[in-house]
Design a binder for this molecule. Structure first.
Ligand code: NDP
Length: 253
C-alpha cells in the first residue's frame, strides 16, 4: 500500500539535491507532488516528465511564494504536506563577516520557511496537514569550519519548528524537522575542491558510528515517514539524521 496515497505535497527547492530526492520518493509513495525551483529550471523540467508539477519560486520573495501556493491550489485544490527545504550555505570565517551573504542566508533559510508556511497555512489547516522543516546538524552546533552564520540560520529553523508545532497544534497541523548531517549535494561540494570533499568524506567514515557520509535517500526515507500517518503522534521534534556523528564538541575539520 502506498504510504502517501491521496495526499498532496509541496517541496520548496525541489529542483536538485535533497528536495529533489524527497519529491521523487513522495511521488513513488502515491502523493501528488509540486516542487518549486529558483535557478535550476532545466533540472526541474526533468522532474516534470515524471509527473511532478513544477513552479518557479524564489522563497525570499513573498509574492512568488504566494504564487506557488496558488499554483498548488489550482492544480490540486488541497495541500497536506509542506516540506520547507530550500536553503543555501555560504561559508566564511566569523571575522570575515560578509553582511550581504549573511542576509541572503537569513532571507532564504529563515524567511523562506516563514513565507512558505504563512502562505500554505490556510490549506494545511483544512487538511490537518504536516510541515517538515529541513534544518541541519549545524543547527545544534555541529558543523565544519566557517559555517557559523549558516548554523545560526539552521538553529532558527529548529526553534521555528518547536514554536510552530505549538502555535499550530490548535489546527491539528503537525510540525517536525529533519536535521541532516553531511549529505553529498551541490550545497556541500560547490565551494570545495574535490580534494577537500574527499577529505571530509574520509573524515566522516571515521567519525560517524555508521561509518559513512550521507546520501540524499538517507533523508528522503525519513521525510516519507514524517509525511505519512506513521508519524501522527510526533510533533515539534527534530530528527537528527547524521549517521551517528561523534565529533559534536568541536569543529571537526
Ligand atoms: P542543493 O544546493 O543541492 O539544493 C538547494 C535547493 O534549494 C535547490 O533546489 C535550490 O533551487 C533551492 N534554493 C536555493 N535558494 C533558493 C531560493 N532563494 N528560492 C527558492 N529555492 C532556492 O542543497 P541540498 O539539497 O544539500 O540542501 C537542501 C536543504 O538541506 C537546505 O535547506 C540545506 O540547508 C539542508 N541541509 C543540507 C545538508 C547537506 O549536507 N547537503 C546538511 C544539512 C542540511 P535552484 O537550484 O532551483 O535555485
Amino acid at each position: 500500500m502506498s504510504r502517501l496515497g491521496g495526499k498532496v505535497a509541496l517541496i520548496t527547492g525541489g529542483s536538485k539535491g535533497i528536495g529533489r530526492e524527497i519529491a521523487i520518493r513522495f511521488k513513488e509513495e502515491g502523493a501528488g507532488v509540486v516542487i518549486t525551483y529558483n535557478s535550476s529550471r532545466e533540472m526541474a523540467l526533468t522532474l516534470e516528465k515524471g509527473g511532478i508539477k513544477i513552479v518557479k519560486c524564489d522563497v525570499t520573495k513573498r509574492n512568488e511564494v504566494k504564487g506557488a501556493i496558488e499554483f498548488v491550489k489550482k492544480e490540486f485544490g488541497r495541500l497536506d504536506i509542506l516540506v520547507n527545504n530550500a536553503g543555501i550555505m555560504l561559508n566564511m570565517p566569523f571575522e570575515d563577516f560578509d553582511e550581504n551573504k549573511v542576509r541572503k542566508m537569513i532571507d532564504t533559510n529563515i524567511m523562506g520557511v516563514i513565507y512558505s508556511t504563512l502562505e500554505s497555512l490556510e490549506m494545511l489547516k483544512k487538511s490537518h496537514g504536516k510541515i517538515i522543516n529541513i534544518a541541519s546538524n549545524a543547527g545544534i552546533g555541529t558543523a565544519f569550519s566557517n559555517t557559523t552564520f549558516y548554523s545560526m540560520t539552521k538553529a532558527s529553523v529548529i526553534n521555528l519548528t518547536k514554536r510552530m508545532a505549538f502555535d499550530f497544534s490548535k489546527y491539528g497541523v503537525r510540525v517536525n524537522s529533519i536535521a541532516p548531517g553531511w549529505i553529498e549535494t551541490d550545497l556541500t561540494t560547490y565551494a570545495r575542491t574535490p580534494e577537500e570533499t574527499e577529505r571530509i568524506k574520509n573524515f566522516l567514515e571515521k567519525s560517524t558510528t555508521i561509518g559513512r557520509y550521507g546520501k540524499v535517500d538517507d533523508i528522503s526515507k525519513v521525510a516519507v515517514f514524517l509525511a505519512s500517518d506513521e508519524s501522527d503522534y510526533i510533533n515539534g521534534q527534530v530528527l537528527l539524521v547524521d549517521g551517528g556523528r561523534t565529533d559534536y564538541l568541536a569543529h571537526s575539520i
